[in-house]
Design a protein around this ligand. Sequence first.
Ligand code: NDP
Length: 313
Amino acid sequence: MEEKTVKVLIIGSGPAGYTAGIYSSRANLNPVIYEGNQPGGQLTQTTEIENFPGYPEGVQGPEMMDQIRQQALRFGAEIVSKTIAEVDFSKRPFRCVDEDGNAIYAETVIVSTGASAKYLGLADEEKYRGLGVSACATCDGFFYRKKVVAVVGGGDTACEEALYLSTLARKVYLIVRKDYLRASEVMQKRVRDRENIEILFNTNTVGLFGEDGVEGAKVVEFKGTDKERVFDIEIDGFFLAIGHKPNTDIFRGQLDMDAEGYLLTAAPTTRTNVEGVFAAGDCADPIYRQAVSAAGTGCRAALDAERFLMEHS
Ligand code: NDP
């Protein structure tokens, strides 16, 4: 097995990780970015990004992530297409082990592992995963041309996914557990104005059915009240858009985190409870979760790591 020592190890490759790579490589710190099994992070699964500054006409998520990646490479960041499987933050340099068992000793670590889509927890989601259940409309929407699909959730992601799917599918149900959408006004309006989207408010999904794939969902309206109504909707695809869970399991017991697993940092810095370990992006952000805010914290983490290395050299 190989071993090497680096000044800055960046774990994760969304806007936070790549931006940390740009800053720390420009500071001659020769960062190594482990980009994990979804290089570019969640934005590689989205369509158009309209709110990242500098793109007045919008930009496709994968294209923007590739550009930020190229920018990190241009200044000498090393990018490794593997995941870090294990870390030991008990002493410096920190010993981190990749998926193949190779050890990397890092003087500082920037954690930017992002977050992953949540599922409802129904056994049927497992049963039909890849057979009609998806958490990524842009990845799988193509398979549902002229079909009927459902999207679960009432936030911006759910609205965005529903709108995207409505351009492909014949009909889209938006299944919302409350009696209102949490999404921004502009997204709500777009959804309401789209003829082939039907919003089912006060509705929860309790199961899926179908022979070789999803053919329908069993849903309950006004669950637990005297107006409760259980009925089936016929669908070919079932898309989850109910938020995200931070990818921080490998840091449990070493880095302080909140009840949901979001890493805690000493605001306004990106310092975690372990000196020399910094956190950036969605893994430490339960509130804003935007590409631009993730990129911002990636910059801050790189500057924090640089300062730390100056003070400890
Ligand atoms: P949110 O947390 O904002 O919304 C999650 C939605 O899923 C809510 O409607 C929530 O319902 C619902 N939900 C959660 N758990 C369940 C469950 N078990 N069963 C049924 N429904 C459930 O997540 P998003 O991913 O939509 O957005 C995250 C952040 O990213 C937000 O800040 C958002 O504004 C931002 N964003 C911005 C975009 C843009 O500007 N273009 C695009 C996408 C995201 P309830 O309301 O009842 O809690």
